[in-house]
Write a protein that binds this ligand. Structure first.
Ligand code: MRU
Length: 344
């Protein structure tokens, strides 16, 4: 199974998603600052994968502190925590994973410094493995919602590359295809970073799942054609009332889906749910560099100084979501009470 993050021998190797699909190369992270860079520069991206990378980054910070004879405690590693947490603001999985690492360290206070670092190795690997397990469960649960005979449409990349393996929305699509429940996949190219064109198309092609790449602006006519049964997407942060932040363009798909009577599914592990965030208005939306919009694959496509608005995510109101699939259960028409029930 494709894994975008490989931890071995006090190093984290990261598959460089900026170069895919034309080049397969890896970036080696030796300390927490290297991990901050790979997250910020989108060498690794996708909410769960960012969280897993953050956990390994915290671990690399602990390795460095141990080598320098510094204290191995949540307070001692606070600067590492803060540096990593600030790398990208919207995907809550990052802070979730860092909190899990810090509280594991807190629980291991009676151990020797080396024993505490060993516990952090265990915790980071558990976060990674549990994400894969969650994806496998969600894939089955989501696929069961899809009635055979139609296509699905997806946005951004939510596959193995964006997670600990298998994927969230793309995991559902994999299982639905294997079960004979979908005819084909329409893949939004996902301007400006082209996660759909470069990454989702690549993953689907590797598994011989039939797909057609579309310009984002073609989605309306594809949904109007009646060929699509479900729009299936992932999430970067889900508020306590079910409002969902995901890649820019997701909200327009949800509006289009409702207009055309197409079902809209969000697939995300509970680590993407931020119960401290009351609703979508409280979610911080990352602004990306203007060059992403002014150019395409490194080629300028606009006046070089064109003013740009480049939010990386938008918020889909819970009322437009027909199903939220998590590893803890499926919510039809998710709302505050339903979200609460996932944590009981
Ligand atoms: O900017 P990105 O590529 O990190 O954004 C990724 C997305 O929006 C994904 O849809 C989301 O993280 C879910 S990935 C399983």
């Amino acid at each position: 199974m494709l894994k975008p993050l490989l931890y071995k021998g006090k190093e984290l190797n990261v598959l460089d998603q900026r170069k895919l699909p034309h080049e397969e190369s890896w970036v080696c992270c030796k300390d927490a600052t290297d991990v901050v860079k790979v997250i910020r520069q989108m060498v690794v991206r996708g909410a769960p994968a960012i969280g897993i990378a953050g956990a390994y980054g915290y671990l690399l910070g602990a390795h460095a502190a141990l080598a320098n004879g510094e204290g191995i405690s949540p307070a001692g590693l606070e600067p590492v925590y803060r540096e990593l947490a600030a790398a990208r603001p919207t995907a809550v999985n990052l802070v979730w994973a860092l909190d899990r690492m810090a509280s594991r360290l807190d629980r291991e206070a009676a151990e020797s410094p080396a024993g505490r670092v060993a516990a952090l190795v265990d915790e980071a690997q558990a976060i990674d493995a549990e994400d894969l397990e969650a994806n496998l469960r969600m894939s089955q649960a989501g696929a069961a919602l899809v009635s055979p005979g139609k296509a699905v449409l997806t946005h951004c990349n939510t596959g193995a590359l964006a997670t600990g393996g298998q994927g969230t929305a793309l995991g559902v699509i994999r299982d639905a295809w294997a079960a004979g429940r979908i005819e084909e996949v329409f893949v939004d190219e996902t301007r400006p970073w082209l996660q759909g064109a470069r990454l989702t198309a690549w993953e689907l092609q590797q598994e011989s799942i039939p797909y057609r790449l579309i310009c984002d602006s073609a989605a309306a006519s594809v949904l109007a054609s009646g060929r699509v049964g479900w729009v299936i997407v992932g999430a970067d942060r889900i508020a306590a009332n079910g409002d969902t932040a995901n890649k820019i363009g997701t909200y327009s798909l949800a509006v289009l889906a409702r207009h055309h009577g197409v079902k809209f599914m969000v697939v995300a592990p509970t680590s993407t749910i931020d119960r401290s965030c009351p609703d979508g208005a409280a979610i911080e939306i990352e602004q990306r560099p203007p060059e992403e919009v002014r150019s395409l694959a490194g080629q300028p496509v606009a006046p070089i100084d064109a003013p740009v608005h480049n939010p990386s995510f938008d918020v889909t109101p819970a009322g437009l979501i027909d199903a939220l699939v998590t590893e803890a259960g499926v919510l039809q028409a998710p709302d505050r009470a339903g979200i609460d029930s996932l944590f009981r």
